[in-house]
Design a protein around this ligand. Structure first.
Ligand SMILES: Cc1cc2nc3c(=O)[nH]c(=O)nc-3n(C[C@H](O)[C@H](O)[C@H](O)COP(=O)(O)OP(=O)(O)OC[C@H]3O[C@@H](n4cnc5c(N)ncnc54)[C@H](O)[C@@H]3O)c2cc1C
Ligand code: SF4
Length: 560
């Protein structure tokens, strides 16, 4: 994707204004002083004839990328910590630290492999705090003759970099991240002309295409595509799950820099004991721990929830995968290898359930994202307008399920899928919260939150704001489901069995209120028509009491 030289004049003017330190007509007195990890790099660069600047984003830490296969003196990599990325949403402190720490160790790894790297830290004096401005300056300063970047996973950054590349006077090119199983448009091509985008169809296509758990050419191993009915049990009463593997990274320096820059963040961190993997070795250790300790019960307790158990048998690999320290192929292959090695200990349903999350859901969400953005980001099927309750930011609510799910999100920047979907997401949908608010919360609070996978899960799967592109029905429930899958209700201030009156569980009345309010949009949905039969058969006074109770709770939402 090479471009011809254009916009010389524009570039020259921009460059001069940068050198003079002018911004929007004002002089900002800037001096050229980009932080360079290896100070000799600039000298070397000045004497090299053809020089390429390659930009690596914070979620592009793929050391196996073809870019890094050979060392080339004419190529310089740039990585940067910039305010456009720390501030586009209010992130969890652990997310910002996790990304910066991983970027820094990746830059060091590249240098160890003899690649030239320029690393711009957040508080470096002349950090211009955006990709385009910093690159402009470097190109000008070092006479780069070529600019290259990898395809961004996020629409926002993709647009920004495409515009930037177009505006340059030097040739530019873009290359795939070489991370995902599928290309950006593969899902769109698969479903071309179809009204429905069924995940199951996509998943089977992926299994066959990549020959994963397939026999006899195109048949599913063990005769079925889906073993969900064997999964999803509640945690037995005295069951003690595996203790999670935590790392002890000291990230105090990075925390100090973030505070110094006054970046607004959510949540807490133990900076001397940062528990998330921040390099490839640690990510591989976590993968090893997962397949050995957690995979044998992954599917069984995939949807289980328990107070004080924040990760159960989940892999916690999403962060490492999303910033590309490890690839989905490595994760899937390792899980399949472990299953083949220990067939007595790992049942097939555990493995199939896990593989489906990665080659199914993860790739599917990305495909939907690229098919439907940017329109997807504004969808609001139910026209919900409410604000998120204040306690989403503190965890201070009497509802035990929400208290636990939010408190652990603030403490660890993590909640597993069912907590995100059936506790926080469920409540936000029942409370009629504006999907923009819900998106911003999810995009900020989780360490693995990047828009391509966050928005499709939040606006789509969890809030049904896409009207059924991702899911075939809204995921809402009363206390019955929460009690079935968790032990949160035991010890809750509210009574799970009560629908109305003092201490009635809020989920119960809000659930019926939701169906009542959205009858015109939902009654014809074949997957929920049954609920409307129940609702219609209910005595008018029972219905009125439920709606009154819901109304009271919605008006006092911050006190729940
Ligand atoms: C409202 C909501 C918001 C979400 N936001 C994000 C997000 O910002 N980033 C993110 O990576 N995931 C998101 N998910 C999906 C899922 O909850 C997380 O991927 C998972 O909890 C990460 O933890 P884990 O690595 O322990 O996952 P595991 O339970 O161990 O699953 C293994 C892997 O499968 C993949 N996976 C599982 N479910 C999904 C899914 N629904 N969509 C995409 N990939 C999936 C992930 O890569 C995950 O690491 C969201 C889900 C919901 C309901
Ligand atoms: S009783 Fe209701 S609010 Fe309390 S934990 Fe159960 S579902 Fe949550």
């Amino acid at each position: 994707m090479l471009k011809s030289k254009t916009c010389h004049l524009k570039f020259a003017l921009l460059a001069i204004s940068h050198l003079l330190g002018e911004k929007s007509g004002k002089r900002i007195g800037m001096k050229l002083n980009i932080a360079v990890i290896d100070a000799e790099i600039l000298n070397k660069m000045a004497t090299t004839k053809y020089k390429t600047l390659r930009l690596i984003l914070g979620d592009q830490l793929n050391i196996n990328h073809s870019w890094f296969k050979k060392v080339d003196d004419t190529i310089t990599y740039v990585m940067m910590e910039v305010r456009t990325e720390t501030d586009y949403v209010q992130h969890h402190i652990q997310k910002v630290i996790g990304i910066f720490a991983s970027m820094q160790s990746f830059a060091k790894l590249l240098q160890k492999h003899k690649h030239k790297v320029i690393y711009i830290k957040l508080n470096d004096k002349n950090n211009l705090q955006s990709f385009d401005k910093n690159c402009d300056l470097l190109i000008l300063q070092n006479n780069f003759t070529n600019f290259e970047y990898q395809l961004s996973d996020e629409f926002r950054v993709d647009e920004h970099l495409n515009q930037y590349a177009k505006s340059l006077a030097i040739p530019s090119s873009v290359i795939d991240t070489e991370h995902f199983y599928s290309s950006r448009n593969e899902l769109g091509n698969l479903f071309e002309g179809k009204k429905m985008y069924l995940m199951e169809t996509f998943y089977r296509y992926m299994r066959k295409k990549h020959h994963i758990l397939i026999v006899d050419g195109d048949k599913p191993l063990h005769g079925k595509w889906n073993f969900d009915e064997d999964n999803r049990q509640k945690l037995p009463k005295n069951h003690k799950p595996t203790t999670p593997l935590l790392f002890l990274n000291d990230v105090t320096e990075i925390e100090t820099e973030i505070k110094k820059a006054k970046v607004k963040t959510i949540g807490t961190v133990k900076a001397t004991h940062f528990l998330w993997p921040i390099n490839r070795d640690q990510s591989l250790q976590l993968l090893d721990f997962f397949v050995k300790e957690c995979l044998p019960l992954f599917g069984t307790f995939q949807d289980a929830m328990a107070p004080n158990e924040w990760s159960l048998y989940h892999s916690r690999l999403s962060f490492s995968m999303n910033i590309k320290l490890i690839s989905p192929q490595e994760v899937v292959n390792r899980a399949v290898f472990e299953y083949n090695k220990r067939p007595e200990e790992i049942e097939y349903n555990q493995l199939e359930g896990f593989v489906r999350q990665i080659i199914g859901w993860r790739e599917y969400m990305r495909g939907i994202y690229w098919l439907k953005m940017p329109e997807y980001g504004a969808l609001n099927y139910f026209e919900h307008t409410e604000k998120l309750p204040d306690w989403f930011w503190t965890g201070k609510t009497k509802m035990n399920c929400l208290k636990n799910a939010i408190a652990q999100s603030l403490e660890f920047a993590y909640a597993h899928h069912i907590q995100r979907l059936m506790i926080t997401g469920n409540f936000a949908l029942l409370a009629g919260v504006n999907p923009n608010e819900v998106d911003a919360w999810y995009l900020g609070i989780y360490i693995d939150a990047f828009e391509w996978v966050e928005i499709t899960n939040t606006r789509g799967m969890s809030q049904f704001a896409d009207g059924g592109i991702v899911g075939s029905k809204p995921y809402v429930s009363s206390a019955t489901y929460i009690n079935k899958m968790s032990s949160y209700c035991t010890g809750c201030y509210y009574d799970k069995a009560k629908k109305t009156g003092d201490k009635a569980c809020p989920f119960n009345s809000l659930y019926w209120n939701f169906y009542d309010k959205h009858e015109s949009k939902l009654a014809k949905n074949p997957r929920i028509g049954m609920m409307y039969n129940v609702w219609r058969k209910m005595q008018p006074n029972a219905k009125a009491e439920l709606l009154e109770q819901a109304d009271y709770y919605l008006k006092h939402i911050n006190e729940l």
